[in-house]
Design a protein around this ligand. Structure first.
Ligand code: NG1
Length: 394
């Protein structure tokens, strides 16, 4: 059964009636521009055809009742209980409920109407795999409350509100990329976002190229502290470099030539990490022209360079990601392969000639399994639409 049918059927089962509407919001891959969103640089994500679906109706105030199909658990909370991160009966919220509760908390802060709801939700975005399952949950609840509340704000604004929920309520200090992609995704297009100005444009991907996602099956551990540690290194690098370059605010403002000239002033680890960011931003400056010219060959080489940099300089890869990428890069039809998202496990993204994509996926899975004894999930995906209402009762 499709996910949309599953949430509808479960809703009927749990609440004894049809939902009023069903919303969906996707996960994403990032094609290039990794660990640069929080350095105010350019990123190139695409929403994918894996998503969170919510079947939803208004409920009598004040309590919202949410069923998480993937956990087979229920949580009940209200505008009153949400700031204490507790349920209606004063027990702590389960961790999965932090995402919807964070959205409610943010909407209340913004004085946007967020009426009580009954909801059933499920997702086929793997968790902790670098595909932004959290942003997909956040944006789907954002859309559900927007629909119930009868207000409307532009998708980028929804993304910023969801990022606030993740930063301030869930407590993950992420950049804007994931929420942006889940809110603004466009079918068959990658999205070039300037994380400083928040201006963005769609870039077409050639129709004869497929996006293949491969999951190491390794789930990241200690990722939040490692992620925050990388952020701190970037900030530290800026403080050092400001002594010679007083005009800079973030690593986005540092040109490669200046960095090379000044890099020996930085502590070794900080220098490596900052170098990844400065060089990745430089790679991103080439992206628009390359895709406009349909030069996937060179674009793929930038992906491969990015992987080496994430592995050797930023140190966010792991042996399983390295193996999956190294195998992919030897296979026929592969233009580029690299880890996607924060790293430390999770998925790789591969750009592959469409005609070879199925054979590529099969061989990649076989070879990875032989080498690691792990059974990866490998699937061909495509750039998909952002958060949307999928169905409404008459
Ligand atoms: P993941 O962990 O893949 O969702 C994280 C951040 C992004 C971005 C990337 C690295 C979260 C929720 N998101 O993505 O903002 O910084 O790492 O480019 O932590």
């Amino acid at each position: 059964m499709k996910l949309i049918e599953q949430v509808a059927a479960r809703y009927q089962q749990k609440f004894n009636r049809q939902p009023q509407f069903i919303v969906r919001a996707p996960g994403r891959v990032n094609l290039l521009g990794e660990h640069v969103d929080y350095n105010a640089g350019l990123v190139l994500p695409a929403a994918i055809d894996r998503a969170t679906y919510i079947a939803c109706s208004p409920a009598p105030a004040p309590h919202s009742t949410l069923w998480a199909v993937d956990y087979n658990q229920m949580a009940t909370f209200s505008a009153q209980s949400v700031s204490a991160k507790t349920q209606a009966d004063a027990t702590p919220l389960p961790e999965w409920a932090f995402y919807p509760a964070g959205i409610l908390w943010t909407l209340l802060q913004e004085n946007l109407s967020a009426p009580a709801m009954n909801a059933v939700f499920a997702s086929d975005v793997p968790r902790g795999a670098g595909l932004s399952s959290s942003a997909s949950v956040e944006l789907s609840f954002m859309l559900a409350w927007q629909t119930l509340g009868g207000w409307s704000v532009p998708p980028m604004q929804l993304a910023l509100l969801a990022q606030k929920a993740e930063n301030r309520y869930v407590g993950v200090n992420c950049g804007i990329m994931d929420q942006f992609a889940a809110a603004c995704g466009v079918e068959h297009k990658a999205l070039l976002l300037d994380c400083r100005s928040l201006e963005w444009k769609e870039l077409a991907l050639p129709p004869d190229v497929s996006i293949v996602v491969a999951d190491t099956t390794i789930r990241r551990k200690l990722a939040d502290s490692e992620y925050n540690d990388r952020r701190q290194s970037c900030e530290e690098a800026v403080r050092f470099l400001q002594k010679s370059l007083p005009h800079i605010h973030t690593l986005r403002d540092v040109r490669v030539e200046d960095f090379n000239r000044l890099s020996d002033q930085l502590p070794v680890k900080t220098e490596r990490r900052a170098r990844h960011v400065v060089e990745e931003i430089e790679r991103m400056n080439q992206v628009e022209a390359l895709l406009a010219a349909g030069d996937i060959q060179t674009f793929g080489q930038l992906m491969n360079q990015c992987q080496r940099s994430l592995r050797d300089l930023y140190a966010v890869s792991c042996p399983e990601l390295d193996a999956l990428v190294e195998i992919a890069q030897t296979l026929k039809g592969c233009y580029g392969a690299r880890l996607t998202g924060a790293g430390f496990g999770g998925c790789t993204v591969n750009l592959v000639a469409a005609a070879q994509a199925e054979a590529f996926a099969l061989t990649l899975a076989q070879k990875y399994q032989t080498q690691t004894n792990l059974q990866p999930e490998v699937y061909i995906t495509h750039a998909a639409r952002g958060a949307e209402v999928k169905w409404k009762s008459e």
